[in-house]
Design a protein around this ligand. Structure first.
Ligand code: AHG
Ligand code: MN
Ligand code: MN
Length: 332
């Protein structure tokens, strides 16, 4: 039987690097290391039910050791892979209050920010979860990295991606020239190119929001939800941003998490959730905004900053923005 040539993630990264005349290979190497870390996380996620380590930071395992919660385990795995990588001088994570310098490679060029396990409330119930990452070139030139190397606008990302631990494990990444998706073939332990040059549909029929919060949303978001309900749209909401955005990227639609009265800044984090996913959505021809401005243009002030977010098919995001603008005209 004839097979098409399989393109592995590593091969794809190296091929893409060849098209960049001044590339030194450091970014390629960093991306490969993240790919490796995610294979280990994928293995651990897949056996979570089996060994009952999910969501239990406070219990002991049979040998009396503390059982690590899966999101902390993913965090530690990523940090140790990035420590060993040599291309990364510092990391910031959802699970770490402050950024960490990688002492042994403090002169390296890149910093990596990540959400080690997004959608962690879904771990216990075997629903899709994922890892989200963003890579920036450091701003400072020498010495240890500083907070300012991490507090950069999303437009400065040199690469971004996610790994989705779903019915299969998929890695989707971009370096700003196309968005490509790879599916993990567990029999050979390789991510294989399965979704080359992903393009998001210009419009879609699915809206994705926690509609249970409807009464807490501002009037513009409520008006847009009313519009969705009165259109021929379906509501799909997994509760793992990475999975909801993956569906949106492939099938079209809109994912949004507006501000609420109790969370006036929204819930989702700018630096390691919204920015990387916004870079992917835009790279595939979509839009990502906080309702007023482009997510990638928001100036960050702190590592764990939150933002309202509307991302997906360009026509649907523009429509949501129009409802928000209109509501603001009425109230101001
Ligand atoms: P995390 O598990 O990394 O803390 O993120 C959870 C986030 C995101 O994945 C999801 O879109 C959102 O929380 C769901 O929030 P609600 O339960 O408020 O809808
Ligand atoms: Mn998250
Ligand atoms: Mn998380």
């Amino acid at each position: 039987m004839m097979h098409n040539k399989i393109i592995s993630l590593d091969e794809h990264i190296i091929r893409s690097q060849r098209n960049l005349p001044y590339a030194t290979g450091e970014l390629s190497s960093l991306l490969r290391d993240i790919g490796l870390a995610s294979k280990i996380v994928s293995r651990e996620v897949n056996k979570a039910g089996l060994v009952d380590i999910a969501g239990r930071a406070d219990v002991e395992n049979q040998s009396g050791d503390d059982v690590q919660k899966l999101d902390m385990l993913a965090n530690d795995l990523l940090i140790s892979c990035l420590r060993n990588s040599g291309e990364c001088c510092g990391i910031a994570s959802e699970e770490e209050e402050d950024f960490k310098t990688i002492e042994t490679h403090k002169f390296s060029k890149y910093v990596v920010l990540f959400d080690p396990l997004d959608g962690s409330s879904n771990i216990d119930v075997n629903v899709s979860i994922g890892t989200i990452f963003a890579i920036y070139r450091r701003k400072t030139f020498d010495g240890e990295c500083t907070k300012y190397d991490f507090l950069q606008k999303g437009v400065k990302q040199v690469a971004a991606g996610y790994v989705l631990y779903g019915s299969s494990t998929m890695l989707v990444y971009t370096t700003g020239r196309g968005v490509n998706g790879f599916t993990l073939d567990p029999s050979i332990g390789e991510f294989c190119l399965s979704h080359p040059n992903i393009q998001i549909p210009k419009s879609g029929k699915v809206y994705s929001v926690n509609q249970g919060n409807y009464n807490k949303y501002p009037s513009g978001a409520r008006a847009y939800i009313d519009h969705c309900m009165n259109s021929d749209y379906s509501l799909r909401y997994i509760g793992s941003m990475v999975a909801d955005v993956h569906r949106t990227l492939i099938k079209g639609g809109i994912f949004f998490y507006p501000a609420t009265k109790s969370k006036p800044e929204g819930k989702l984090r700018l630096l390691y959730e919204c920015n990387p996913l916004a870079m992917l959505i835009e790279g595939a021809g979509g839009k990502a905004s906080n309702g007023r401005e482009r997510i990638l243009e928001i100036e960050p002030h702190e590592l764990h900053q939150k933002t309202a977010v509307f991302m997906g098919s360009p026509m649907m995001v523009e429509e949501a923005e129009a409802y928000i603008r209109e509501a603001e005209l009425v109230t101001t």
